[in-house]
Ligand binder design. Structure first.
Ligand code: NAD
Length: 361
């Protein structure tokens, strides 16, 4: 037997992956010099080029990274569609710890990989990636957004994401409690990163009692010193709050946590909050917990980076982002009318726009 031939067949993990769901392209990238290992997912380009941020994370395995990029890029397809943008859905992940393993060479190599896709994928920031990184990527490719304002870009999208998430929380309160006055209500924000910290600001200013949680002490300290937030030490699922706002990673809303939640509203910026979008959505509904679909209320950042392509200014980005309030209410009403989950309702509306555009083509 040839010693170079694997003796066992390895199960293919891409085309039959549970999260593959019709992806157009899944590209594995490796650069030997910089050590870059990345995966780019292009889910759907019916409405336009696939735009989505790059996440750098210390994934425990390649399988975990693949799953993340597939789920995230599909989410971008629906996010762009429901927000009325002429964009498709894509996302990239870089495997590694952004605090200790990121180098300039790695970001340059990543930029070259994005360039090779010829514009079918346009990148931006996500977890672990900042505008300085995008500046480096920009030196290698034009297919990048979220670049610094000084370079003619729209800057960090996170504050706009936080603003849209705030609109989604207000709309949820209006639907659940009949008023969007948040005064005196309690919220737990999990993840005080780029988005989380601005959300702390909006919700504190709106009179909420804000509790925070992060794996990094410096982020917690920032929320406490700058905005008087309180620290929540327990498990997020047990927090005695009215609103849970996930702003870290995905899948924190799952079979185990749903049973324990004390909150009546889940509305946050994190992507892919539901571990299983079908069963977890239904469980939330049966427990009477109102869920604001993540890809709808966290679209502010995408709306902001899209301004670099559609050429509108920050004021227009904020105006468009403010509309998330009305769209969220429409989705809640649509779900109620059709007796489906709010997540399903948002998917239906987003898919309808994609189908209509595909027909025209
Ligand atoms: P970030 O990297 O700046 O912040 C994430 C924060 O979460 C970090 O402070 C990290 O320490 C913390 N964290 C990670 N795991 C945690 C855990 N288990 N418990 C508590 N805290 C934890 O990222 P960001 O840009 O603020 O994005 C936050 C979320 O919002 C992500 O899911 C991202 O995909 C999503 N999102 C971001 C944008 C944007 O404009 N940045 C747009 C749409 C969606």
């Amino acid at each position: 037997m040839n010693i170079n031939t694997p003796s066992v067949d390895v199960q293919p993990v891409v085309f039959n992956h549970p999260s593959f769901m019709g992806h157009e392209q899944v590209v594995f990238c490796h650069d030997r010099e910089s050590g870059l290992k990345a995966i780019i997912g292009v889910h759907n380009t019916v409405l336009g080029p696939a735009l989505g941020g790059t996440r750098m994370w210390a994934y425990q395995s390649e399988a975990e990274a693949l799953r993340d990029v597939l789920r995230l890029s599909r989410g971008m397809t629906f996010k762009a569609s429901i927000s009325g943008l002429n964009l498709g859905g894509g996302k990239a992940v870089i495997i590694g710890d952004s605090r200790t393993e990121k180098t300039e060479e790695m970001m340059l190599a990543f930029g070259r990989m994005v360039d090779r896709l010829g514009g079918s994928y346009i990148t931006a920031e996500d977890v672990g990636i900042n505008t300085r990184d995008m500046e480096l990527v920009k030196s290698q490719t034009d297919h990048v957004t979220g670049i610094p304002v000084e370079m003619g870009g729209s800057g960090d999208p996170s504050p706009v994401t936080a603003y849209g998430t705030y609109m989604g929380i207000k709309a949820s309160a209006k639907f659940k409690w009949g008023s969007d006055d948040l005064t005196g209500r309690k919220v737990l924000i999990q993840g005080i990163g780029h988005v989380g910290i601005t959300l702390v600001k909006h919700l504190s200013e709106a009179g909420m009692e804000v509790y925070v949680q992060d794996i990094h002490q410096d982020r917690i300290d920032l929320a406490v010193t700058d905005f008087g937030a309180r620290v929540y030490e327990g498990d997020y699922a047990d927090a005695p709050v009215d609103v849970y706002a996930p702003c870290a990673l995905g899948a924190t809303v799952n079979e185990e946590s749903i049973e324990r939640f004390k909150c009546s509203i889940i509305a946050g910026a994190a992507n892919n909050q539901l571990r299983n979008e079908v069963t977890d959505g239904a469980l939330l509904q049966s427990r009477g917990i109102l869920y604001a679909p993540d890809f709808l209320i966290n679209a502010g950042g995408l709306i902001n980076v899209y301004s670099e392509i559609a050429k509108y200014d920050r004021a227009e980005s904020l105006r468009r982002t403010e509309k998330i309030y009305d769209t969220t209410l429409e989705i809640f009403r649509h779900a109620e009318l059709k007796s489906i989950t709010t997540h399903q309702a948002a998917l239906e509306v987003a898919q309808a726009r994609i189908d209509a555009s595909a027909k025209l083509k």
